[in-house]
Design a protein around this ligand. Structure first.
Ligand code: ADP
Length: 605
């Protein structure tokens, strides 16, 4: 019997797990670190424990013992795929909600896992420990211990291989503490198709259908759906069988995912196995009625699977969009700040798994995923229409985010026809629009919208400031006056007309208004255009490397520095050709957004 569980994770997944635990009558304890002391997952928990780090296995096991928990749920990320952590739990007599240490170890190493799968008769992508022949290109360089798309480099020719291997190895060492890399055949126009699996400790294993996760940026999923539009009943049977064979090969216990890539000819290859709950698990839940966290708990308590393969059915279609605090239009630059207004969509067939609410601070300490918007509808086309509607209704202001970007993706013809693969974004520059400037036409449209509005819609009538009629309250920065759509240069935009007490931007109707394009916070605008010659931090984070020396001549667009923010590396480029005259900050230093890192003096003509 499991009575009390320490959740060793944060954000939306910590909240998601606690919901099921409470429904099962199991006590949940939320662990939180200093930057998360006011985070939503901490505020929502009945019982909390402060910890120093989500990554410290020993501290987490000790915390679980201290609070009388008999199990630990690791969520995803952090310690969920650490064999040492699973073993430490076992040793301490605490149930680890996940697979046995040996399974995690075998699957955590991408090379070793491929060998295991080959032996089990599951097709794998060809790979090399040494240099591939020239005819083998293009190839991918991958981290042996990789995850989350980090440490992956596409290499087109032998000449680029060395550089790519060095940079992948560096990123892998920083991200996973393991610098080993390998080279794998790059499959052209692949779809990413994965199968949810469940295994118990009595030798039973089943799959819970597929998820298509081909819409990716930087090898990381952003939109997922099930069923896959590429699937036929025959292919599903074959791939499902391979997934179950993979699970059996490692005597899998718990919920896991077997990832494949599918080439345009219908051939599929094992990519890796994730020995944990996946970010995109809700779409499986929406179409099957299963609660995967509940299944995890039942399995961890020693129970037998309560379903046979033939008991499972999928009904309708589900799509998930990952809401990130990042600007897709600016090379997916992560964004930080305080969420001022958060009004998620509601209505039939909509689920929101969120780690934030109005007032939440988005910092550079963690991954920029804020929430997951999931829809269900009877058919794929109805699910797309519902997702479009839901994204339109989603009001998130204060932190720049990708809502409008997701909206543009799901509205493309290729997405509608299911014509997707992992290169989708490369082929659709149309979904990236230039950074937004407020054109005069927008002001006109806004003033028009205003004059048509009878009475103003106050955010606090429905939002977090409900019942507060006192507009002078110091903690209410905005008043939402109106929102509407407008077409500008052929693109559809949504505008919010906000009244902000402390700024004077636009003079309309005798009042002071501040106009924000949809789902873009305001603060970042000011720092968006650096003076030529200055290299500024594009976001708060850490300066990793400075690639130039004082006095050095640089070419326009030459890489001059590398920053890290929210676990991602971003390269900064010289805006003009010139000479480096001043280096203001050193590698390893923490920098604020907009801070000048170095100056490049323009060449005199
Ligand atoms: P991670 O563990 O970092 O998520 P994966 O091995 O799962 O890395 O790969 C991430 C993504 O990279 C895949 O979903 C796919 O889009 C792409 N990818 C990985 N391997 C290949 C390959 N051999 N050929 C083409 N694309 C690949």
């Amino acid at each position: 019997m499991i009575r009390k569980v320490l959740i060793a994770n944060r954000g939306e997944i910590a909240i998601r797990i606690s919901q099921t635990l409470r429904e099962m009558g199991i006590q949940a304890v939320a662990a939180f670190t200093e930057p998360d002391k006011d985070a939503l997952h901490t505020r929502m928990a009945a019982e909390t424990r402060a910890i120093v780090s989500y990554l410290d296995a020993e501290e987490i096991v000790r915390t679980a013992k201290d609070c009388g928990a008999d199990a630990i749920h690791p969520g995803y990320g952090f310690l969920s795929e650490s064999p040492a952590f699973s073993a430490a739990c076992e040793q301490a007599g605490i149930v680890f909600i996940g697979p046995r240490p040996d399974t995690i170890r075998a699957m955590g190493d991408k090379l070793a896992s491929k060998r295991t799968m080959e032996k089990a008769g599951v097709p794998v992508v060809p790979s090399w420990d040494n240099d591939p022949r020239s005819s083998d290109f293009p190839v991918l360089v991958k981290a042996v211990g990789g995850g989350g798309g980090r440490g992956i480099r596409l290499v087109e020719s032998a000449a680029e291989l060395m550089d790519a291997m060095a940079s992948a190895s560096r990123e892998a060492a920083a991200a996973f503490g393991d610098d080993r890399i390998f080279v794998e055949k790059y499959i052209l126009q692949p779809r990413h198709i994965e199968f949810q699996i469940l295994g118990d400790s009595h030798g039973n294993a089943i799959h819970v259908f597929e998820r298509e996760c081909s819409i990716q940026r930087r090898h990381q999923k952003i939109i997922e759906e099930t069923p896959s539009p590429a699937m036929t009943p025959e292919l599903r049977a074959q791939m499902g069988e391979a997934a179950v064979a993979a699970a059996r090969a490692v005597d899998y216990r718990g919920a896991g995912t077997v990832e494949f890539i599918l080439d345009p000819s219908g051939r599929f290859y094992f990519l890796e196995m994730n020995t944990r709950l996946q970010v995109e698990h809700p779409i499986t839940e929406m179409t099957t009625g299963l609660d995967l966290v509940r299944e995890q708990m039942l399995i961890a308590a020693g129970g037998k699977l309560s379903y046979n393969q033939s008991d499972l059915r999928q009904i309708g279609h589900s799509i998930e969009c990952r809401i990130y605090a990042e600007e897709a239009e600016e090379h997916f630059r992560p964004s930080t700040g305080a969420i001022e207004i958060f009004e998620p969509p509601i209505g039939p067939g909509i689920r929101l798994d969120s780690g934030v609410a109005a007032g939440s601070k988005v910092t550079y300490h963690f991954d920029p995923m804020l929430a997951k918007l999931i829809v269900w509808a009877p058919s794929r086309s109805a699910a797309i229409a519902r997702m479009e509607r839901a994204l339109d209704d989603f009001v998130l202001l204060g932190v720049r985010n990708n809502i409008e970007f997701l909206r543009r993706i799901v509205s493309t013809e290729d997405f509608a026809s299911g014509n997707i693969d992992t290169g989708f974004l490369d082929r659709h520059p149309d979904v990236f629009i230039a950074p937004f400037e407020i054109p005069p036409a927008a002001l006109l449209a806004a003033s028009h919208g205003l004059s048509n509005t009878q009475g103003h819609r106050d955010v606090w009538s429905s939002g977090p400031w409900r019942n507060s009629s006192d507009a002078s309250r110091a903690d209410v920065p905005f008043r939402l006056l109106d929102s509407h759509h407008a077409e500008i240069s052929g693109m559809r935009h949504r505008f919010y007309v906000l009244h902000r007490r402390d700024s004077d931007t636009v003079w309309l109707d005798g009042h002071t208004y501040h106009l924000y394009p949809a789902n873009k916070g305001g603060a970042a605008h000011a720092a968006a255009t650096p003076a030529s010659g200055e290299i500024r931090a594009l976001m708060p984070g850490k300066l990793l490397r400075v690639e130039v020396a004082p006095g050095q001549a640089v070419a326009e667009k030459q890489a001059v520095a590398v920053m890290e923010s929210m676990k991602m590396e971003t390269t900064l480029h010289a805006p003009n050709a010139g000479r480096v005259t001043g280096i203001r900050r050193q590698p390893g230093e923490t920098v604020e957004m907009g801070e000048i890192l170095m100056v490049i003096e323009t060449n005199k003509p």
